[in-house]
Design a protein around this ligand. Structure first.
Ligand SMILES: NC(=O)c1ccc[n+]([C@@H]2O[C@H](COP(=O)([O-])OP(=O)(O)OC[C@H]3O[C@@H](n4cnc5c(N)ncnc54)[C@H](O)[C@@H]3O)[C@@H](O)[C@H]2O)c1
Length: 416
């Protein structure tokens, strides 16, 4: 029996969930760090009541705890410094999305991981849902032929009410992050199913919608949607839509290959595999629809979040630690997946010009980006830095702000 990996969680929202998933793959959750009192209390009293877990509000003190590994699930724009600190404290790291917020941070991240002897695993989970795993199997078997064109949409609209459950105020990343940035749930499946990486990106934006009361009635400054047209390293094109707030919900992922097409649309959870009769003698059935299942050894995954996908992140993280093997989603893939969101925004603000997606496996490429701290954080805004929307600084009305404060207060009171 393996000695349990002692794991701590940094950020008790998503992090608490990942902590409980980590327990299912044989890790021992021993510490949680969370600065927001009501959330810390709720997790202590409800999610992990009676368990032998030490709670911290301070990350440095948390890192002094006797831990083998840290799940970094703090604010999405602040992962890099947290990961670097954890590696420096000799901990393995499972990092939530995004991997970094600027290209300069990508350089810092890759160099910190390379300098460390610890595992860095990027917790991009969508490639591990049952449909994506089946598409990976079909593609790797050679059943679909070569990847030519793909689409991957992640659509997640919100309301002023739902936003108030997720953000503490207008400075919280979810209230302003540009729509291209949260791109790994769209590009991740493309990269992992087809084993390709992006080499070029062109970005396009659907701006903030002043005619949508669900937008103007809230405090989000985010545009509506974006398309990132990625050229992959096998010359395929992948049209990805990161976390858009359209009137739809879920994932739509499609791969057109030279022996057929496979498609997953969350509105219809069955996978569709299409083949042209002229490609086969005797002809195959043109369309097959089926619900893929997890392989037998992963049946337990179905009981965890995001259709079981979260289980695989924890499982492969633990496996890389135990075996000392290369993580399935390593730092190079993490940077590839995340940088198209940053560079795609930069492209969109310049009318969709093509921008190279650097491959940080090549150390010489890094110099171009070492000091590139271009970022849309309103709190760090200065000349030369973009606003989070292509339309500039989106105003929040006094009325929307007042409404948010009321909704937020009610949400926080309800946490007790
Ligand atoms: N892969 C997925 O499906 C998925 C789903 C949800 C969230 N996420 C990711 O998980 C991360 C966390 O998201 P979330 O939904 O929990 O929302 P969030 O970003 O609001 O949560 C971050 C948590 O970290 C805590 N925190 C931040 N700075 C801290 C500090 N200095 N000390 C102690 N605690 C601190 C905050 O209080 C907060 O509770 C984000 O990166 C997000 O992108 C991923």
């Amino acid at each position: 029996m393996d000695t349990p990996i002692r794991v701590g969680v940094y950020g008790a929202g998503r992090g608490a969930h990942l902590g409980s998933v980590a327990q299912k793959v044989g890790m021992k959750l021993v510490a949680i760090c969370e600065s927001f009192g009501p959330l810390l209390n709720r997790v202590r009293k409800k999610s992990f009541a009676g368990e032998d877990i030490t709670y911290y509000r301070d990350y440095d003190k948390f890192l002094d705890h006797d831990l083998d590994a840290v799940i970094v699930a703090n604010y999405a724009t602040e992962h890099t410094s947290a990961v670097i600190k954890a590696l420096a404290a000799d901990k393995h790291v499972l990092s939530e999305c995004m991997a970094m917020f600027t290209m300069a941070e990508a350089v810092q991240l890759v160099e910190a991981v390379e300098a460390s002897e610890k595992v860095y695993f990027f917790a991009e989970n969508v490639p591990f849902n049952a449909q994506c795993l089946e598409m990976t199997r079909l593609y790797k078997n050679g059943d679909m032929g070569d990847f030519l064109y793909g689409e991957a949409e992640y659509i997640h609209p919100g309301t002023p009410q739902s936003l108030a459950t997720l953000v503490s105020g207008p400075s919280h990343w979810r209230a302003w992050i540009p729509v291209t940035y949260y791109c790994t749930h769209s590009l991740g499946p493309v990269m992992m199913v087809t084993d390709t990486r992006p080499v070029k990106v062109n970005g396009f934006l659907v701006p903030y919608d002043f005619n949508d009361p669900k937008k103007t009635g809230g405090i989000s400054k985010r545009d509506t949607a974006s398309i990132l047209m990625c050229t992959m390293d096998n010359s395929a094109l992948a049209k990805i839509m990161p976390c858009a707030s359209l009137r739809d919900h879920g994932y739509r992922i499609r791969f057109c290959c030279n022996k057929g097409t496979m498609e997953y649309n969350q509105g219809q959870p069955q996978l569709r595999v299409h083949r042209e009769p002229f490609d086969f003698d005797p002809p195959k059935e043109a369309n097959t629809f089926y619900m893929p299942e997890f392989p037998e050894e992963f049946k337990q995954a179905a009981t965890t979040g995001h259709g079981g996908a979260d289980y695989f992140c924890a499982y492969y993280f633990a496996k890389a630690i135990r075996e000392g093997s290369t993580p399935l989603i390593d730092v190079y893939k993490a940077i590839d997946m995340t940088s198209v969101g940053i560079l795609g925004y930069r492209s969109a603000l310049q009318g969709g010009i093509p921008l190279e997606v650097p491959d940080f496996r090549d150390k010489t490429v890094r110099e171009t980006y070492r000091n590139d701290d271009w970022n849309p954080d309103p709190a760090r805004h200065r000349e030369g830095m973009p606003f989070p929307s292509i339309l500039g600084d989106i105003p929040i009305s006094d009325e929307s702000m007042k409404r948010f404060d009321e909704l937020r207060k009610a949400h926080v009171e309800g946490m007790n």
